[in-house]
Design a binder for this molecule. Sequence first.
Ligand code: DER
Length: 232
Amino acid sequence: DKVESAKRAAAHRAVDNHVKDAYKVGIGSGSTVVYAVERLAQRVHEEKLKVVCVPTSFQARQLIVNNNLELSDLEITYELDVTIDGADEADKQLTLIKGGGGCQLQEKIVAAAAKTFVVIADYRKDSTVLGEQWKQGVPIEVIPMAYCPVKLKIEKELGGQAILRQAKAKAGPVVTDNGNFILDWVFDKIHDWEKVNQQIMMIPGVVETGFFVGMASVAYFGMQDGSVKERH
Ligand code: DER
């Protein structure tokens, strides 16, 4: 279907443009990055590349292991050449909303550890301003015992609604790979995202937000016509 082939086209283009022999590669989480790992595994096999991969979640770790790629971590491989990851939405300045899959804490750490952070996405994520297409809010990872005061402070200071993310395949809230809860902040107006990100990060109990401001070097969007659009 159109969305899946758009994801695949963006993922393949990013891997082909940014991965070289002996590279240390950060592997993101979500469904688009699956195509990037498949392409990486194919290139490693065909070109006899030597790369090591650092995951951003249990899901990413399984992808690396199941594709017979060399698994590493940030203790051993603390500076990466490139991190490739998806996004829920990107605006014209490449400010991202990430964390639809609840993995934004480790994703941001691994993205920050790389010389180049490359985003791969289908056309549904390609927006002019944040919130244009992605309506599920920005995930904010919080320490479980603090989720109520954090929720109240965000709604009081910034408006909108901060909703505790409930699990689908388990009773109760989603628990992240790091043992925390997620508040999805559905904002109700356009903000200065850099300022808002800093404000939220300062609230006691907040661990990380899904705002990636000024981090992405390039985004590849798979389009409906099969082409791939780049934004720098
Ligand atoms: O949860 C995440 O941050 C993912 O990277 C998400 O932003 C993109 O997931 P998708 O590739 O399944 O759309």
